[in-house]
Design a protein around this ligand. Structure first.
Ligand SMILES: N[C@@H](CCC(=O)N[C@@H](CS)C(=O)NCC(=O)O)C(=O)O
Length: 233
């Protein structure tokens, strides 16, 4: 049974967005009942004055929990776990200083290195109308996969031998990258990704949006290749 929150809670999101999916997975993992509001950046919803007024950085996910407002998936998932995590808190965002710092570092890596690779491919695909990945993007993503592989040689999951918020944050991004550049050359990363797909919260909150965005990449790639052929004729 889902937990009804006392304060009015709204999650602004669209299913295709990897960081929005990280927030959605934590909502499902915690069994929270929240109101959602669709913000679809490709049609400019995120730049509507009423949204920018509330959320000057105009990114999704974004939450309103009563009068409290917060942007950024990493900040949102640690807030949700700290506030509503009950018995899950100690496992998913541990108090142990070193484990918590490691969770934070992996999430900063997601925010600054992993997720920006997807954003770059979206721009190439939707704005430049070119097929992805470019050779440069392929090399960059494989370098990232190599770093992630090394972390998984140290611990079973990204920050410990058990699941933490770092895994939720990274699976939203890695699953999206995998739709364009498969992780299968990296054994530990592939095994971790397979494990992640077993969980109910992955199936309910990550899979549907992931399928939409992956289809879009492949459709745009076909269009870009056809356009290039037409230009060359
Ligand atoms: N670091 C942010 C990134 C969020 C982000 O860039 N979301 C995209 C959608 S996938 C967005 O809102 N784009 C609109 C914009 O950048 O204004 C997070 O983790 O929430």
């Amino acid at each position: 049974m889902r937990k009804t929150l006392k304060m009015a809670f709204v999650l602004y999101k669209t299913d295709g967005s990897p960081p929005a999916r990280a927030a959605m997975m934590v909502v499902d993992l915690l069994g929270l009942k929240v109101k959602t509001s669709e913000v679809f950046p490709p049609t400019g919803d995120h730049l509507k004055p009423e949204f920018v007024q509330k959320n000057p950085i105009h990114t999704i996910p974004f939450i309103e929990d009563g009068n409290f407002r917060l942007a950024d998936s990493h900040a949102i998932i640690t807030y949700l776990m700290s506030k509503y995590g009950d018995d899950k808190k100690l496992e998913w965002y541990p108090n142990d200083l070193e484990v918590r710092a490691t969770v934070d570092q992996r999430m900063y890596m997601d925010a600054t290195i992993v997720f920006p690779k997807i954003r770059a491919m979206l721009a190439t695909s939707l704005i430049d109308r070119k097929s992805v990945p470019t050779n440069e993007q392929l090399a960059e993503v494989k370098e990232v996969y190599g770093i992630l592989e090394k972390y998984l040689e140290q611990t079973r999951f990204f920050a410990a031998d058990h699941l933490t918020l770092a895994d939720i944050s990274l699976v939203a991004s890695v699953s999206t990258l995998d739709g364009v550049i498969p992780v299968n050359e990296f054994p530990k990363l592939s095994q971790w990704f397979e494990t992640m797909q077993q969980y109910d919260w992955y199936q309910s909150a990550n899979k549907p949006g992931l399928e939409k965005i992956t289809k879009m990449f492949h459709k745009n790639n076909k269009l870009a290749i056809t356009e290039r052929k037409l230009q060359n004729n």
